[in-house]
Design a protein around this ligand. Sequence first.
Ligand code: ZN
Length: 451
Amino acid sequence: MANRTLLQNGCVITVDRQLGNFWRADVLIEGMKIAAVGPDLGVTDAEVIEASNMIVMPGLIDTHRHLWEGLFRNVSADGILANYFPDVLGVLAPVYRPEDAYSGNLIGALGAIDSGITTLLDWSHIQNTPEHSDAAIKALQDSGIRAVFAYGNPNTSLSDWWFNSSLKHPDDIKRLKPKYFSSDDQLITLALAPRGPCWTTMEVVRHDWALAREVGVPITVHVGVGENGFWGGIDQMYKEGLLGPDTTYIHCCTLTDDELKYIIDTGGTFSIATAVEMQMRHGMPPLDRILRLGGRPSLSVDVETNVPCDMFTQMKAAFQCQRTLVNQRALYGGSFEGENLVTVRDVLEFATIEGARANKLDHKTGSLIPGKEADIIMLHAARLNEFPLNDPIGAVVVGADTGNVDSVFIAGRAMKRNGQLLNVDLNRARQLAIESRDYVVAKSGFTPPAF
Ligand SMILES: [Zn+2]
């Protein structure tokens, strides 16, 4: 019989609207999967973890992050897109070696797990050579996180690869798929991360979308990013029949309502990085417009060069941004009629089940229902920022921070317990990150911000 672990007497948020939530219930993990959820399961042959001071919930899901940039956390806190492209993609990325892609991905993935993220889409535009791809994938494997490796472009030259680029996406994905992704039933799955119509010619778009569909992997693409998103690329792609349910559209800030509708009508999913969008001049985060049009977005961290690594920040940013817009509009429009404030339940769904849906993993993760894989986190509800517990979902979305993350399970494997990461040599990960960071800075001549 598979290993059985009982999370006992926790406050359980399943996120599943049918199963509901429980002020006090047990969650039984059997091997990789959730075997049962409910009060007083009466299991006697399992390892018991006492969860009576815990919120037990699905692991958080980040649907877009450039994980290799983990080496350069906070380096561009004051920066906007106009700094990010030349500095991060133009100066730092071209000198990355495969081992730097490894150490960036490793420290990034560990930070994600530590903060309660169990699934992350790594939008990996550091494919400078095939060895970079191998190294980035190896780091994901070594970290133990559930990940979508989204095979992006090389960043060997800013002018070649960005801004009306005529370079087609490399086809090394055809080597990677059989080598690492022969099964869909594994912790790491594959997607294509083409640059999209903000950054390339339409000829490249046609080529890259055909490549993804030939290989048979989902697509994740940045659209509606600042002024680069103004020209109507989605409109054009819709007319050409390129949009589909296999695609996640990131940011979407400067898309028209019609373009957002095309995405919804063709079954696409959204990844909104509210904090980055507000800070870096992407345009107004489109959450309110997406909701009005009937869409349900997922959330993402995007760049740790500018924003923190965790989903608590993302949930708060999304919640507050949408409410700011609605409240302002209603106040000055004289009426709240027809206005809908996003709720903490909505936002928690965006960070869990909608993330799973965007990552094409909702059959495995995103909610706590029997049969799904056991991607579970436990948040310390007796910590002084949450106690006493009055509204558990509110406590997660507006009250909690990374300091509440007591335990993390990924596919039933304990990755963090009692506030400590497991299965990892943290000294090695830190050492690799410092060596790589120092190498990239020295080699590129990058000047870190004055202090
Ligand atoms: Zn991005």
